[in-house]
Design a protein around this ligand. Structure first.
Ligand code: AMP
Ligand code: MG
Length: 396
């Protein structure tokens, strides 16, 4: 267990601790943010027949430039009662089926009706087939519209519904317990005695998980008590898929997470990552649950939650790509060289350029409030000049 684990290796080992949870069938109204279990394959053509894309008149292109005899109407939701005869124009509305024989739609602004007669009223050219949505022009039966493991966005939900799929099967949301530890911590908003600080990490982690498919229990707080911690871990493991502790992950006399995990019959898989902040991260299992022990410094907790906790939740919930995407931006100011661990520097991206904050002490919270990006600086990276491209992860 000596030596620091590279971030990617630690992420892979974390995911290997527990398979994705089983899938469940849910209502469309519950689907946003969930990960779909199977490919959504279109069961139908969309549109199923040629439709008008405008309010206007359906005509035969060969009859241009008119005039036409107005005959009947086609509205969305019904099948035109009669075919379109030679020299006829049928009133038609957006989303309505073309009558048989009709091959072109002229929008109503481009014609003038005079009783039962219709005349062209524009200098613009009318193209053959214009303003028609061809059959299957959106998608054809058999096409894959949403791939298994994709996150269901509002747009993906719309596509899944349009496909004709009767219901959605998604990964079950992992049940997550948040446990903050530390004798110095006081619940948010309560009066502080000397030596105490507010417990900000518990609510911060709950807020970070609010955007993920997690079934969150109430955040709990425990004093630095190894025996109590071990009893609680054992108990929480019966009802949760993930237990995330904050604080007590390091080497101090009051850091009990590793010992308590072992007392509870659990197993440590890895400890200490080659990253800054966040080095003392712990991962293991207790019962059927995955234990993730985040370091207590606010920036360390934030960065390790971004790189490990949220991806673990997505992995368990069936995500195909659980890791936050790495993007590129231009450095606004020169950046010094990298050290012996990979840095995740709190930064702000504005336009295409990224600014690294001055105070990177992992105990600070203010940079977290202003940051919208974590700039990634590799181990031993050379100094970089303003204007150079760097990697970053976007944060909410
Ligand atoms: P620890 O990992 O327990 O050694 O804590 C590292 C630092 O983070 C200490 O300064 C703690 O007071 C602080 N800390 C630990 N837990 C929290 C928390 N839940 N909210 C805010 N700060 C915390
Ligand atoms: Mg502590």
């Amino acid at each position: 267990m000596s030596g620091l684990l590279p971030v990617e290796e630690a992420q892979a080992r974390l995911f290997a601790l527990h398979e994705p949870l089983a899938s469940e069938t849910i209502y469309y109204s519950q689907a946003v943010g969930r990960y779909i279990s199977q490919d959504v394959i279109a069961l139908r053509d969309q549109p199923a027949a040629p439709l008008s894309a405008m309010d206007g008149y359906a005509v035969r292109f060969a009859d241009l430039p008119g005039p036409w005899a107005i005959s009947g109407e086609s509205a969305a939701g019904s099948v035109p009662a009669v075919p379109l005869g030679k020299g006829e124009a049928m009133r038609i509305f957006t989303g309505a089926m073309l009558p048989e024989g009709g091959d072109t739609v002229i929008m109503q602004e481009d014609v003038a009706a005079d009783g039962a007669q219709l005349r062209l009223n524009t200098g613009d050219t009318i193209e053959s087939g214009q303003h028609i949505r061809a059959r299957a022009s959106d998608f054809a039966a058999g096409e894959t519209l949403v791939a298994a493991g994709a996150r269901l966005t509002p747009g993906a939900i719309a596509a899944a519904i349009m496909s004709g799929t009767p219901q959605l099967s998604v990964g079950t949301r992992p049940r997550v317990a948040i446990l903050t530890t530390g004798d110095e911590l006081v619940q948010p908003g309560h009066a502080l005695a000397p030596g105490q600080i507010p417990d900000s990490n518990g609510a911060m982690l709950a807020a970070m998980l609010a955007g993920e498919p997690a079934d969150l229990g109430l955040p709990l707080h425990l004093r630095d008590d190894r025996t109590l911690l071990s009893r609680i871990l054992k108990d929480l493991a019966r009802r949760h898929d993930v237990i995330v502790t904050v604080g007590g992950a390091s080497v101090g006399d009051h850091d009990h997470v590793r010992d308590a995990l072992q007392d509870a019959g659990g197993r440590i898989d890895f400890w200490k990552i080659a990253m800054k902040p966040g080095k003392p991260l712990i991962a293991g299992t207790v019962g059927d649950a995955v234990l993730l022990g985040l370091p207590g410094n606010p920036s360390s907790a934030f960065v390790t939650a971004t790189l490990f906790l949220l991806p673990l939740v997505r992995h368990l919930a069936g995500a195909r790509a659980p890791l936050p995407p790495v993007r590129q931006a231009m450095l606004a100011a020169p950046l010094g060289s990298g050290g012996t661990r990979r840095d995740y520097l709190r930064a702000r991206l504005d336009g295409g350029t990224i600014n690294v904050f001055d105070g990177q002490d992992s105990g600070r919270t203010v940079p977290l409030a202003d940051a919208n990006a974590l700039l990634i600086r590799e181990i031993g990276a050379p100094p970089r000049a303003a204007g150079e491209q760097v990697d970053y992860i976007a944060i909410a």
